[in-house]
Design a binder for this molecule. Structure first.
Ligand SMILES: NC(=O)c1ccc[n+]([C@@H]2O[C@H](COP(=O)([O-])OP(=O)(O)OC[C@H]3O[C@@H](n4cnc5c(N)ncnc54)[C@H](OP(=O)(O)O)[C@@H]3O)[C@@H](O)[C@H]2O)c1
Length: 360
């Protein structure tokens, strides 16, 4: 079985690549034989091929067709997207954003239908408006607040309505060792990469809540989807996958701090604790772990601010949902993957960034 991963330079694709087995310059995931994982590179092996934007631009239908004819994938994972939420608001950028996030998916879906390929499309919590107090189910109504969310929702609809076999996976607040993300921005702004730097205080939004998700955990989930599809055809549906689970000690600490979390807990299923955090709380954890990783590091002072004040101060254009926690039960029920504590991933990323700071 062959899997084509488009958008090979994305943080998600790089996280996926890092989890595969290299054999003679080719990349494989373990397949399943007799209900047990096998690492043998044989006819059952699952090979992954990655293309970057220069090799395959999804806005060019001819490119997509040529790549499919050449690689002959059974599954396509589309990680290609324009993900800069602020840039997507600029009038002169909007046609590009929709060309990639919506029309590009239309092209891929049509080719997938024609060639009987399963399309795995990554989408976002930003398809929701945030006006709820319990984690979003995958069939809750979508009401994007910004152009990025609108373009991704259109991409979802293009996949769903195309008649191809699809798995749409919505995720949230991705971070990793690769590319650009909130964790790396915080470390950079906080002076983590420069010895003895004293960083300026940072104002961080404290009234938008969601689920930070380590891209490595999402990559494991993607491998599980591919492995399941190798055994039996997976049902076309929209799923949610985020790092929603937290350890009991963390849960207890947070419950003491904020009563409304206890309310959410009573609404969650037995499988997952749908523990959301604000960007401010996420930043606090980042700097706590950074200080543990390098005890000479002096974290910047953090101030919790409201979205209204932050928008006034920095002139942000894109509206964001106040609350976008995702209910991941259906992913667990279908693919057997349990969500993980995002702080497990956070520790790994900070360790990698510390090593990078030393060598850089
Ligand atoms: N980041 C998040 O917090 C987040 C949250 C929820 C959902 N998601 C979704 O998860 C997926 C992966 O996100 P990510 O953060 O890993 O993405 P990312 O790091 O921003 O990377 C996106 C990649 O898409 C490539 N790309 C852009 N236009 C393309 C085109 N026309 N053809 C082919 N490739 C193109 C870019 O290539 P260049 O770099 O060469 O331009 C880039 O490597 C996306 O679908 C995103 O919408 C992300």
């Amino acid at each position: 079985m062959k899997v084509l991963v488009i958008g090979g330079q994305s943080q998600l694709a790089q996280s996926l690549k890092a989890r595969l087995i290299v054999d003679d310059g080719r990349l494989f995931a373990p397949a399943y034989q007799d209900n047990a994982p096998t690492y043998a590179i044989n006819d059952n092996a699952i090979e992954f091929v990655f293309t970057n934007k220069a090799q395959l631009d999804i806005t060019h239908a001819y490119n997509v067709q040529a790549a499919i004819n050449d690689i002959k994938p059974h599954i396509i994972i589309n990680c290609a997207a324009l993900t800069d939420v602020e840039q997507a608001e600029q009038i002169d950028k909007q046609s590009d954003v929709f060309a990639v996030n919506a029309d590009g998916v239309q092209t891929l879906s049509q080719q997938c239908k024609r060639n009987d390929i399963l399309l795995i499309y990554l989408s976002t919590d930003y398809v929701f408006d945030g006006n709820t107090s319990r984690p979003y189910l995958s069939d809750d109504p979508c009401q994007p607040l910004n152009q990025y969310g609108l373009s991704k929702r259109q991409g979802e609809l293009n996949a769903i309505n195309s008649g191809c076999r699809y798995v749409v996976i919505r995720t949230s607040w991705l971070f990793s060792e690769f590319g650009q993300n909130f964790v790396k921005s915080m470390l950079r702004l906080g002076g983590f990469y420069h010895a003895n730097a004293l960083a300026k205080p940072l104002n961080i939004v404290n009234d938008q809540r969601g689920n930070p998700t380590y891209a490595g955990h999402l990559a494991d989930a993607l491998i599980a989807v591919v492995q399941k599809n190798a055994r039996q055809s997976v049902p076309s549906a929209v799923y949610h996958f985020s790092d929603t689970v937290v350890s009991p000690a963390f849960l207890q600490q947070q419950q003491q701090q904020q009563q409304h979390k206890a309310d959410l807990q009573t609404q969650s299923s037995s499988e997952c604790e749908y523990m959301d955090v604000s960007w401010f709380e996420f930043a606090q954890s980042i700097f706590q772990f950074a200080e543990i990783e390098r005890n000479s590091f002096i974290p910047p002072a953090l101030t919790a601010v409201s979205t209204i004040d932050y928008v006034k101060a920095v002139g942000q254009q894109a509206k964001r949902p106040k609350y976008s926690s995702l209910n991941c039960d259906s992913f667990y029920e279908t693919f057997g993957v349990v969500a993980t504590d995002w702080r497990v991933g956070l520790k790994k990323v900070i360790k990698a960034c510390a090593a990078e700071a030393k060598t850089g």
